[in-house]
Write a protein that binds this ligand. Sequence first.
Ligand code: HEM
Length: 318
Amino acid sequence: MNRWVVDKAEFAAELLADPRFLTADFEGVCKHMANAGQPVENLALAYANIPLCHDGERHKALRRVMSEHLAAKRKEITPEIAAIIAPHLSRLMRPGRVEVMSEILSPLVDAFLGRVIDVVIEDKQALAALSPAFDHAMGPRKLIQTDRNVGKVRTTIQQSLPQDRLEAEGRHLALLMLGRDPLLGSLGESLRYIFELESGRSTAEMNFPSTPPETGVPYIERIASEDCRFVGIDLARGARLRIMLQAFSYSAEERDRLRIFGVGAHACLGRPLALDLWKCMTTALSGMDIRLRFEGSIPRTTDYVFTCPRYLNVEVMG
Ligand code: HEM
């Protein structure tokens, strides 16, 4: 079937540094749809701006522009993170049951990313429907449906931009698609893990590690660009390799755990901002001194790419 799963951390790092393995051709899918008379123009704009959808010179150019944007935004946002997240975390100050995903993390992540792209998208349904965009197995019906939702988010982004900055539209859309689910999933899964492990204790006593202990991006994929041999295995051109990044989050070494953000040419550009947010959020939780009981969590089942709780229920004890 020409499909492989790489679950050894050392092979994953080697594979991601090997130029014979390329990222998936999402633009090709859009061209195919256009040729079939079913254009998905909103997805096409997003993919054209997502560095992850390109290799070689095009990738380098997109990555440079995005990395400049994120570095400038980080300077502006980092001193303000505590103030951005405080109104959302304050929900934990009232005793009773809290559904952490919808009442805290989802609005918190949207407020945070709103600062990265200069607009907060309020349409939660459209935002939730962005996540299949990196699912290579989408058929035409799902592609069209996802394109419609990307279109709704795109319109809000367009309206937020001044006339002289319309070229930022695709970049802001791309950043939202790259940042929202990984952030929501990683924060959600990490808090689920900690709240369950430390259930009944005060947040002041909980052990919050310096990096998120779980990831919302359990795997990434690469395609073999030629017939080749990798770690003693013959691979045919077009072989799809699924690299299990989750394996890194269980390492004892912080250096390895940071690899949940990817390795090599496509390593995550949002990592510094994501870690700033994690640090600030866990410091705030430690300072709150509230006792939490873990009540349960259900995983999201609407896409096959990210890992994220659908519900995360805790009880704030009075
Ligand atoms: C904890 C949260 C996050 C995790 C776990 C995460 C994980 C990843 C991973 C694993 C990759 C590499 C994908 C691959 O090689 O196939 C990646 C790429 C990327 N991420 Fe993140 N990410 C997170 C948050 C963010 C945020 C908040 C942003 C920006 C707002 C962002 C922007 C990017 C960009 C631009 C790339 C593509 C880099 C390239 O292709 O050159 N990420 N991320």
